[in-house]
Each structure stands twice: as structure tokens, then as C-alpha cells.
Write a protein that binds this ligand. Structure first.
Ligand code: MSP
Length: 509
């Protein structure tokens, strides 16, 4: 493991307000950022907004605003949502930041000097909602966007091109040598065969689209919005501006993206970097899409899930938990109120919440809120279980398998509940000879709560903090490496606990 971890989300278009898809990627990135910070690594977590291009310009026109007015308005919705979701990003980048505009222009010039950018004429089709160029051959006779199904616009204009075709071989070689560059594996294979089919040069400027970054020295052209947007990942790490920052975090980049924008990130982006002579990011991970009650989410259907509404009704941690637990990261999933309530009640209220509540209540009932660490407190079963859970948890987290990582944490929860039932402290409490044994059982359960608090912190920071506060051990979160303290014997000499309120009262379905 090296000591730096740079994690990014896509930068989101501000033509419309955030929905569950945006919340999903950002939540996953937040979980990773928190997890790596808890391992004592230097973390840089960036998110932001993609504010240029024809799509934004048109949305502004429809709203009777200037593009700048529109983006300044909508960006607040994203920033507000991240606050409410307890997103811990270090940087929020906007492509209209002057610093970014300078980085894009200097990157453009760099590639031009190296001979990878030339002027020509683009003739073909363009999808404005996807901001994507399509050639005749890719369309197979149909004049709708192969990605989103919407009508295309015919373009014939002078354009700058990036010599993407030169990178077919270098990229294939890179993929051969780095089978983890694109994840999950099925997406790697998809990208591999796409590249193998041969890459074509890519148009990277638009004429007559005023809302964008001008091509240096030729201001009638603006830089293609995807070329502009991808470079945000370099602006954030101070490319061409802050050498120390750059060397700390590049190339430790991990890009989280939805499956629909994988090609831009796994084909165009690495080729741009190769052209610039820069090392490639560590990983591009493509996640799946959410449907809603079995249907594709769309404005016209009126079924777009507003994250703020979900949070207002159910609380932020239930939402974060559901997003990370319900679907294997990489696969598609379905969001429905029924699944949400069921998942929440079963996992959070009946299992997790109940274990914590029962434990704390018994500590009050039988020990007046205090349990000292017993001299002998070994237990083979607990020790073996924790060791296995921890190892598997780390492996899953390294593979961004959040649902499976949570599944491991829940093995501790289930074991704790079973242990409580079997040991039946309420019976021990009646027998004075079993006093020491009762201390052992309660201490073990409290220490399990402490470990759960730490492991759950990346996923549910608010709940985990509350839990650690109830247990009187919240200072563990200030440690440089709290994850290293997830072991038996690392608990306090005395647990002095608070009177608990239920963490997750059951929801009515
Ligand atoms: N601006 C570009 C990204 C540039 S990154 C250099 C963009 N923006 S977007 O706002 O349209 O989409 C951002 C992300 O939202 C994409 O990763 C996309 O996959 C994701 N989602 C949009 N709808 C989604 C679902 N229904 N479910 C899950 N994610 C979805 O593309």
C-alpha cells in the first residue's frame, strides 16, 4: 500500500438538479475517502461540476438565464446535497474556475506541441444531451444516439482533432499489463475489445459553441466539453501549478464513474495522458445504474428520486447504508420504497440497532453503566471470527465491494446477537457466582460495539460517531489509524457508557 489515495467522482452537469445517481457515486467515493483516512493515508477526495458546453447553454436559454447564472444557481444544489449527505470532499472543482481553464489550455498546447493535435473538418453526428460525437458507421443507419436514444444533430465544421488512433496499441499493451486498471472485470473486457477494434481520431473542439474554454490562439473554437471535463482530475492535483501536490497524489487516482461514461474515462482519458507523457491513474471503476420501482428513471415519467426527500424522510445514514448495501458495486440495482424499508428494518433496526440497544441496557441494568476489562477475556470463537472478518473486510474494500464489506461487518452483528441469546446475561445476573462471567460477556459485547463503530464509520459517520459516544470511546476517531485498533484487547480499561436512545427505530412500511 502506498501512502496516498486520490479518489474522484465524475463532475456533474449542472443543467439539472442532483438525483440518486449522483448521490450514489459521491457516497461511494466518500466511503472510500473515509476508509483510507482511517488507515492513516494521505487522502484527496474531489468532486465538482461540469459547467461548459452546448447542453448547459441550452438549458440556460430554456430557463431564460445566462449560462453563468444557471451554473451559479444549480451548483448550490449540489453543494447543499453533499453537506446533507455528510460528504467529506477536500476539493469541489468547477470547470468555470479560472485555474481549471488555464490548466485545460496549457494541456491542449502541450498535446499540440507534441504533435497529437491537428486541425481538420468534422463531418458526422452529435448528441447534445450526451455531448458525444457519433460517426455514420457507429450509427448503423439509425439517426438516434446509441447511448440515450435521443435525436442527433448533423455537424459539418472545422475542428481540432486529437490523434486518438495512435493510442490503440499503447493502450492495449497497458491493459494487458494492468488487468485491474478497469473494474469490474466485465467492464475491462468491454473496454479491451473496444480498443482492439481500433481507435479513431477524436474531434476535440466545437465551432459556434460560445459557452466553453477557447482554443488557445483560435478563439472561434471552444474546447470539446469532455476534453475540458476530464482534465479536471489534473487541475485538482495542481498539474503545472503545484509540483508537490501533484507528486503526492498523481498517479494514485481512482476514478469512480457510471457505466455510461466509462469509455471517456478508460479510452479517451488514458490516451490523453499517454500523449502528455503522464502516468495513468490506478483504477477506473464503473458502477451500474439505478432503476426506480423497476423502471428507468426519467423526468418525463416523473419518477426521479430526489435524495433530499429520502434523507428528510428516513435520515441520512439509512440512505447511505441502502445505497452501499443493496447492490453489488458494479451491477445495476433497483430503488423502491419497499426494499428500502425492509432493508433498513431488518439490518439496521432488528439486527444492528437491537444488539447495541440490548447491550447498553444490560450494562445499565446489571452494572450501572460501567464495565471494567476483565483479567481473562480470551474467547477463541470471537477471536477467529474477528480475524477472518477483518481480513475479508479489507480485501472487499480494496476491491470497492462495499456490499460484501458490509456483509462481513454484519457477521459480527449476527454473532453478537447469538452470543447474547446464548449467554443470557439476565440469567447470569441472578447468580452471584457468575459475576465475573457476566463482566466478561458484557465487556466482550461492548468491545464488539466499539469495533463495529469504527468499521461502520466510513459508511454511516453520524451513527458510528453516536455509537462510539454512547460507549465513551469516541476519541478513537481522532487516532491516526483507528482501523488498526479494531482488535480485541485494544478497548478501554473501563467502559463507562451513556443511556442509549435507539439508533434506528423501526420504520412503518
Ligand atoms: N459531466 C459528465 C461527467 C464528466 S466526468 C469528467 C456527466 N455528468 S452527469 O451529471 O450526466 O452524470 C454523472 C453520473 O451520474 C454518471 O456517472 C452517470 O453514470 C450517473 N448516473 C446518471 N443516472 C444514473 C442512474 N440512474 N443510476 C446511477 N448512476 C447514474 O456525465
Amino acid at each position: 500500500m502506498d501512502g496516498s489515495f486520490y479518489i474522484t467522482t465524475p463532475i456533474y452537469y449542472v443543467n439539472d438538479v442532483p438525483h440518486i445517481g449522483h448521490a450514489y457515486t459521491t457516497c461511494a467515493a466518500d466511503v472510500l475517502a473515509r476508509f483510507h483516512r482511517m488507515r492513516g493515508e494521505r487522502v484527496l477526495f474531489s468532486t465538482g461540476t461540469d459547467e461548459h458546453g452546448q447542453k448547459i447553454a441550452r438549458a440556460a436559454q430554456d430557463a431564460g438565464l445566462t449560462p453563468q447564472e444557471l451554473v451559479d444557481r444549480v451548483v448550490l444544489r449540489f453543494q447543499d446535497l453533499w453537506k446533507r449527505m455528510h460528504i467529506s470532499h477536500d476539493v469541489f472543482i468547477r470547470t468555470t474556475d479560472p485555474e481549471h481553464e488555464r490548466t485545460v489550455q496549457s494541456f491542449f498546447l502541450l498535446l499540440k506541441e507534441k504533435g497529437y493535435i491537428y486541425k481538420g473538418e468534422y463531418e458526422g453526428w452529435y448528441c447534445v444531451p450526451c455531448e458525444t460525437f457519433w460517426t455514420e458507421a457507429q450509427l448503423e443507419g439509425r439517426l438516434v444516439c446509441p447511448d440515450c436514444g435521443r435525436p442527433l444533430e448533423r455537424l459539418r465544421e472545422e475542428s481540432y482533432f486529437f490523434a486518438l488512433s495512435k493510442f490503440t496499441e499503447p493502450l492495449l499493451r497497458y491493459l494487458d499489463e494492468h488487468p485491474d486498471f478497469v473494474m469490474p472485470e466485465s467492464r475491462f473486457n468491454e473496454i479491451y475489445s473496444f480498443v482492439k477494434g481500433g481507435l479513431k481520431d477524436q474531434s476535440i473542439s466545437r465551432l459556434g459553441v460560445r459557452w466553453g474554454i477557447p482554443v488557445p490562439g483560435d478563439p472561434n473554437h471552444t474546447i470539446y466539453v469532455w476534453f475540458d471535463a476530464l482534465i479536471n482530475y489534473l487541475t485538482v492535483v495542481g498539474f503545472g501549478r503545484d509540483r508537490e501536490l501533484f507528486e503526492t497524489f498523481w498517479p494514485s487516482a481512482h476514478h469512480l464513474v457510471g457505466k455510461d461514461i466509462l469509455r471517456f474515462h478508460a479510452v479517451l482519458w488514458p490516451s490523453m495522458l499517454l500523449a502528455a507523457g503522464l502516468p495513468l491513474p490506478r483504477r477506473v471503476f464503473a458502477h451500474g445504474w439505478w432503476t426506480v420501482e423497476g423502471e428507468k428513471m426519467s423526468k418525463s415519467k416523473g419518477n426521479v428520486v430526489d435524495p433530499l426527500e429520502v434523507i428528510a424522510r428516513f435520515g441520512v445514514d439509512r440512505f447511505r447504508y441502502f445505497l452501499m448495501r443493496e447492490v453489488s458495486f458494479g451491477l445495476d440495482g433497483d430503488f423502491s420504497e419497499r426494499a428500502f424499508v425492509e432493508r433498513s428494518n431488518a439490518d439496521l433496526s432488528d439486527n444492528f440497532g437491537n444488539l447495541i440497544h440490548r447491550t447498553l441496557n444490560m450494562v445499565w441494568k446489571y452494572r450501572n453503566g460501567r464495565v471494567a476489562r476483565p483479567s481473562q477475556y480470551e474467547d477463541r470463537e470471537w477471536e477467529e471470527l474477528l480475524q477472518e472478518v477483518r481480513e475479508r473486510f479489507f480485501t472487499f474494500m480494496d476491491r470497492f465491494a462495499f456490499s460484501q464489506a458490509l456483509g462481513e461487518i454484519w457477521r459480527l452483528v449476527h454473532f453478537g446477537n447469538r452470543y447474547l441469546d446464548q449467554k443470557a446475561p439476565w440469567r447470569m445476573a441472578k447468580d452471584p457466582d457468575l459475576g465475573e462471567e457476566l463482566d466478561r460477556v458484557l465487556y466482550r459485547l461492548l468491545d464488539c460495539g466499539r469495533i463495529l463503530g469504527v468499521l461502520l464509520f466510513p459508511f454511516m459517520p453520524e451513527t458510528a460517531t453516536r455509537l462510539l459516544q454512547y460507549l465513551g470511546v469516541e476519541e478513537i476517531l481522532r487516532d491516526r489509524n483507528p482501523l488498526a485498533l479494531c482488535d480485541w484487547g485494544k478497548g478501554p480499561s473501563v467502559f463507562s457508557v451513556a443511556q442509549p436512545e435507539p439508533l434506528f427505530p423501526r420504520l412503518q412500511g
